[in-house]
Design a binder for this molecule. Structure first.
Ligand SMILES: [Zn+2]
Length: 366
């Protein structure tokens, strides 16, 4: 997994020498180590940076433990720079050579698979899970008083309550309610500690709706899905089922975001579509959410003076008068720029409305 510090390092890294970026799938469900090595060999065949490919190859042969579902390499042997990150979700495989690391696929992981919390609940307590970049980062839990439906409930602790079956049932309900309230408070604290952006509830329908009602409103509004799961579900089961909800939610949210952008762009307000306008907005630092079709890239020009990116060839930069350099992918650099300035980046798959709008667009700050 990549920490925020490591991400910042990648974003700010650039070199006079070529940086080789490689993304390889290693999902154990889709193949074995030998098959992946073979594909890596094929991918690296066309790369003539021997020291870099050797570094990657050595890593995969001796250090990689094959525990993740994909791996990202960034190598600039001339600068003695080498990073390898195991990732918890599969990525589209690719090789890039550029003056800086190719971070677009990581932007996608950061945006789509981060900030999720799962609360698995029953009448006695809760198990909590937090995911960052598609990886389980932390678990916690709270176990309250056992909810007994037997005679040893001790209804007498509650003065004024009659004994007998009705009293026992009430007592059991009371315990359940108190447990639920405590669990919800505990969970709310956990969510804010981790700055959860999206919450998934898991358990029976009855328990999840009871729990939800006990959550503070702010957290209720961040609930994106409910999973029917047993309290004893394994971590893997929780992860896999949560991932399904996460992906579904992402697709829904992406479609909404793109509609908002297209509408805003049509009205000439807080939105733009197409590469030319989007690059202008990036230059002005106005991009809040950048949306890019997966696989979309375009050649363009980079100003060496002020970093201005453009698709139009011209003699000198209109902003600073410096010279332009032709580059293979302005989209990738735009993504890096937006991430550096604190904006969100979404890499979107299979969304015809975005393709029609020019495969790239942005929601703007003003
Ligand atoms: Zn310039």
């Amino acid at each position: 997994m990549i920490s925020p510090e490591e991400m910042r390092e990648l974003l700010s890294y650039s070199s006079e020498n070529p940086v080789l970026s490689v993304y390889l799938n290693t999902d154990p469900a889709q193949g074995n180590a030998e098959a992946y090595k073979l594909r890596l060999r094929t991918m690296l065949k066309s790369v003539d940076l021997t020291e870099d490919t050797t570094a990657i190859w050595n890593y995969i042969q001796s250090e990689y433990d094959w525990s993740g579902r994909s791996i990202a390499f960034f190598s600039c042997a001339a600068d003695n720079f080498f990073r390898a990150y195991s990732l918890a979700v599969p990525v589209r495989e690719r090789v890039r050579i550029a003056p800086s690391p190719h971070v677009k696929p990581l932007a996608d992981l950061l945006d789509n698979y981060s900030g999720y919390a799962v609360a698995l609940v029953d009448k006695q307590g809760t198990r909590l899970f937090y995911y960052h970049m598609g990886e389980l980062v932390e678990t916690d839990g709270l176990l309250g008083e056992e909810v007994r439906h037997t005679k040893r409930g001790g209804a007498s602790q509650y003065p004024g309550r009659r004994g007998g079956v009705a009293g026992q049932t009430n007592y059991a309900e009371e315990v359940a309610e108190r447990n639920m309230k405590e669990a919800a408070d505990f969970a709310a604290h956990y969510f804010s500690e981790h700055r959860a952006r999206r919450i998934i509830l898991a358990g029976t329908e009855e328990n999840t709706s009871m729990f939800r009602a006990q959550l503070p409103k702010t957290w209720q509004s961040l609930v994106v899905g409910v999973l029917p799961l047993s309290m004893t579900a394994s971590k893997t089961e929780v992860f896999d089922r949560a991932l399904e909800i996460i992906e579904e939610q992402e697709r829904r949210q992406e479609a909404e975001l793109i509609n908002t952008i297209i509408t805003a762009a049509a009205k000439g307000r807080e939105g733009c579509v197409g590469l030319k306008d989007t690059l202008e907005a990036v230059k002005e630092g106005r991009v809040m959410n950048l949306v890019v079709q997966d696989g979309y890239c375009s050649t363009g020009y980079l100003c060496h003076g002020c970093g201005y990116l453009t698709v139009n060839q011209s003699e000198s930069c209109p902003f600073c008068g410096s010279e332009f350099e032709k580059i293979n992918d302005v989209v990738d650099l735009a993504v890096t720029e937006v991430m550096k300035s604190g904006g969100d980046v979404q890499i979107v798959r299979d969304l015809p409305s975005l393709t029609e709008a020019g495969s790239i667009g942005a929601l703007l700050r003003y």
